[in-house]
Structure formats: structure tokens, C-alpha cells
Design a protein around this ligand. Structure first.
Ligand code: SAH
Ligand code: TYD
Ligand code: ZN
Length: 408
């Protein structure tokens, strides 16, 4: 049955369009032999009939997701290191040219972006609740406050450091259900002509690629230009620029300014028009997405069963948070995938949430290549395929499931 909930942006009615059932927390890798029960929640997504924001119907408490042992390390990808070094440099060259500029980042993780700002000697602050990754950033000279960004944090920062010329968040704003508090915080902290810039997976790319694995507990919102424009307008802000990014399977970088402070670029109207022409958040589009998800699930499970029945060894590559939705929703466990290779030390030696597939190091993967490997970190395909050329040379085949199930 399609359920409804109240929109976290505008109090409108959110109607469900896809339900993945009970899911474990995507980044809770389990220590083998652990007897502590895993936490499950209901993963379902809907869209608001008033402001169009696509959002989860159930919220997971933030402390359950973001804590001392949060295992996601942003700097695990060389391509992402380059992306964020370039992002920082662009801010330094454009927005941070005044006499004593100040930039605040929400979700600064291990310092992948602010590291470049710190090296340039520019005043900055990372606001990052996950203690382990915050410590890594601090060890690289980044100034971090271990906290969740919300209205009270913003007021505090404003009182001690003054207004921010740039407030930046990558793959973080979409993780924060309590948007009302965050936006009040942004308007408190932002300088009169400052910009609030954030980049997150673009819902249009998710629909186009059937990349339903972007949907899990931490990803509460799925943004579009239209929903961000509405959200900004409700909070005294204005969407003044959009830029499509190729990272993480397709993102958009949104720039907000105080209403009337900056002239919107033509890119804003162009993207709004494009979303309208493809009827991005219309019912029939969302229902089409749901049908494509079912097809990917059926095709993937069928392929993995055939390979198992013919005695092939299949591994996974990249113990991503995204893979939790694929594995749990498709009912794939160690019967179909023997192990998953991942470069993150904190994930190795553990088992995947809910499905309990062992996570091993890339060295163990290379020691004894499987016949097939499912590329769960498909958003890093170029980097990984280049790195793992020897796997294919040894006869290994990649299994991809975005935009549809195929061998590569
Ligand atoms: N910006 C990095 C990290 C993204 S992961 C990148 O793009 O790779 C999301 C991060 O947001 C996590 O490190 C998490 O701890 C942090 N986070 C979650 N809620 C937050 C909040 N309310 N304020 C600031 N950071 C938050
Ligand atoms: P990512 O796709 O960035 O995010 P999420 O967990 O939010 O879905 O995660 C990439 C994972 O893949 C991360 O655990 C590190 C791992 N990885 C490798 O094992 N090798 C690599 O070369 C790269 C780039 C990532
Ligand atoms: Zn709404």
C-alpha cells in the first residue's frame, strides 16, 4: 500500500512511490561473531505533491549513522581527491578573495576539501559529527568542530568567527532531514553577499540510470533544481546557479544566495526547463523508475544464480553504502557473492550489514582472483577498472548493474 508522510520542507503531503522494505543501516559493517542485534528501518521513498521534494518516509536517528566509527573515508578515491582540490581552488580564486575570507564546510569528513584551503592559509572551519574522520582531518591541519550543523551550531560559529563568505557541503545536505534548522543556521551564518554551495546526487540521473542503490538511510533527500528552488524561496534564499557534475554517478552543484543578492545564471532556467520537459517528478515517471528497479533486481539475481549453479566464484568490488540496498533488497548473501573487496581498513575483516558477506582487502582480491566481480563502486568505475586491469587480463569479468545488468 502507498503510504504518505508530511514533507520535511513544506509540510505538504508526501506520497510513497517505492518501498524497499526493512533495511539495515548501510554503513554499519558488523564485526564477525558480534551478538549485538542489527538495527533495521523501513526504506521507502516518496515525493511531495506541493514542493516536489523526493524524500524518505522514515528517518533514522542521526547518532545511529554518524558517530566515532563512521567508516566512510572520502579520500579513498584519487578522482574524488582531485575533484575536491579543484573545488577548493575555485573558491580560493573566486569567492575567497576579500581581506580575511572565511569558509565553513558541513560534513568535512577526512578533510578532502578543506585540506587545500588550510594549506592556502585561509580561515576555515569544518563541522563534522563523525569523530574518527574529524580526527583524520585535524591531523592534516584542518580546523574542525565535532558537531552536527544545525541552527544552534551556526549561531555559535557566527558569534566566535563572524559571517561566512562560503558555506559548502558535499554529499552532506541530502543526509540531513532537519533542513528547517539547517537553513535557519545558514541564514544566520552567511555573509550578506555570501554563497551556500552544495553538491549531491541528482535525482534525474538516478531515474535515468536506475541507480536505486543511491537510496539508503543516510540519503534522506533526492534533490532537483525545482525542489531546491522551492526550498530556497521558503527560507529567504534564492537558487542562483546550478552545475552538473560527473562524480558519484551524476550530481548537481547548487549555489544559493540571499534572495535578491545575486543574479541567477541562465543555467538555472535551463535545468528547470529540462526537468519540466522530462516530467521528472510526475507519477508516471516515478512508477516507471519503480518498474526498472524490479527488472534490475530480477536480472541480477538470475545472473548470480546461474553463475553459482555453474560453479563460478563471484565477488563484489567496493563495500559501498549503496551496495547495502542492492544486497538486502535483492536477497543476495554469501551464497551468491563469496566476499567483497574494499580498500577501507575499517571495513576489512567485517561483514556487510544485513547480508553478512565478508569484506576483504584488495590484496586478498588480487591473491586469488574470482571468476566474476560485481562492481558495487560503479561510480568509481574508471579509477577501479584501470587499477584492476590485471583482474581482466587474468580472465576475470566485471558484472555491472547500472544502468542495467550487463557484463563488461
Ligand atoms: N563531504 C564528504 C563527506 C560526505 S559523507 C564527501 O563528499 O566525500 C557525509 C558526511 O556528513 C559524514 O562525514 C557525516 O558525518 C556528515 N554529517 C552528517 N550529518 C551532518 C550534519 N548535521 N552536519 C555536518 N555534517 C554532517
Ligand atoms: P562510494 O561509492 O564513494 O560511497 P558510498 O559508500 O557512499 O556508496 O564508496 C566507495 C567504496 O569503494 C569505499 O568503501 C572505498 C571503496 N573503493 C575501493 O575499494 N577501491 C577503490 O579504488 C575506490 C575508488 C573505492
Ligand atoms: Zn514539500
Amino acid at each position: 500500500m502507498q503510504e504518505t508522510s508530511v514533507c520535511r520542507i513544506c509540510d505538504g503531503e508526501v506520497t510513497e512511490f517505492i518501498d524497499f522494505g526493512k533495511q539495515p543501516l548501510a554503513d554499519r559493517f558488523v564485526a564477525p561473531g558480534s551478538s549485538a542485534p542489527e538495527m533495521f528501518y523501513r526504506l521507502a521513498v516518496g515525493s511531495c505533491s506541493t514542493c516536489t521534494m523526493v524524500q524518505l518516509l522514515e528517518e533514522v536517528p542521526r547518532e545511529s549513522m554518524f558517530h566515532e566509527e563512521y567508516p566512510y573515508h572520502s579520500s579513498g578515491s584519487s578522482r574524488m581527491r582531485e575533484h575536491f582540490a579543484a573545488t577548493a581552488q575555485r573558491f580560493i580564486d573566486t569567492e575567497l578573495t576579500g581581506p580575511d575570507p572565511f569558509i565553513v564546510e558541513l560534513g568535512s569528513n577526512d578533510g578532502i576539501m578543506l585540506g587545500t584551503v588550510a594549506k592556502a592559509g585561509i580561515r576555515h572551519l569544518g563541522v563534522e559529527p563523525s569523530g574518527g574522520v574529524a580526527d583524520l582531518a585535524a591531523a592534516h591541519g584542518v580546523r574542525v568542530r565535532k558537531d552536527f550543523f544545525e541552527e544552534s551550531t551556526a549561531a555559535d560559529v557566527r558569534a566566535t568567527d563572524g559571517p561566512a563568505d562560503v558555506i559548502f557541503a558535499a554529499n552532506t545536505l541530502s543526509h540531513i532531514p532537519y533542513m528547517d534548522s539547517v537553513l535557519r543556521g545558514v541564514t544566520t551564518l552567511l555573509a550578506p553577499n555570501g554563497v551556500f554551495v552544495f553538491e549531491d546526487p541528482y535525482f534525474a540521473d538516478i531515474v535515468r540510470k536506475t541507480s536505486f542503490d543511491q537510496i539508503y538511510d543516510e540519503h534522506f533527500y533526492f534533490f532537483t533544481a525545482r525542489s531546491i528552488q522551492e526550498m530556497a524561496a521558503r527560507n529567504g534564499l534564492e537558487l542562483v546557479d546550478v552545475e552538473r557534475l560527473p562524480v558519484h554517478g551524476g550530481e548537481v552543484r547548487y549555489t544559493l544566495a540571499r534572495a535578491g543578492a545575486r543574479q541567477p545564471t541562465p543555467a538555472v532556467a535551463d535545468l528547470l526547463a529540462e526537468e519540466k520537459s522530462v516530467q521528472l517528478t510526475e507519477r508516471h515517471t516515478l512508477e516507471g523508475f519503480q518498474r526498472s528497479v524490479l527488472k534490475t533486481r530480477d536480472d541480477l539475481v538470475k545472473l548470480l544464480r546461474e553463475l553459482r549453479d555453474s560453479g563460478k566464484v563471484v565477488a563484489g568490488y567496493g563495500a559501498t553504502a549503496k551496495s547495502a540496498t542492492v544486497l538486502n533488497y535483492c536477497g543476495i548473501d554469501s551464497d551468491l557473492i563469496s566476499y567483497v573487496s574494499d580498500s577501507t581498513p575499517a571495513k576489512q575483516g567485517r561483514v556487510t550489514p544485513g547480508t553478512h558477506i565478508p569484506v576483504v582487502s584488495p590484496e586478498a582480491f588480487a591473491d586469488d582472483y574470482p571468476d566474476y566481480a560485481v562492481l558495487f563502486a560503479w561510480n568509481h568505475a574508471e579509477e577501479i577498472l584501470a587499477k584492476e586491469e590485471a583482474f581482466q587480463k587474468a580472465g576475470g569479468r566485471w558484472i555491472r548493474y547500472v544502468p542495467e545488468v550487463h557484463l563488461a
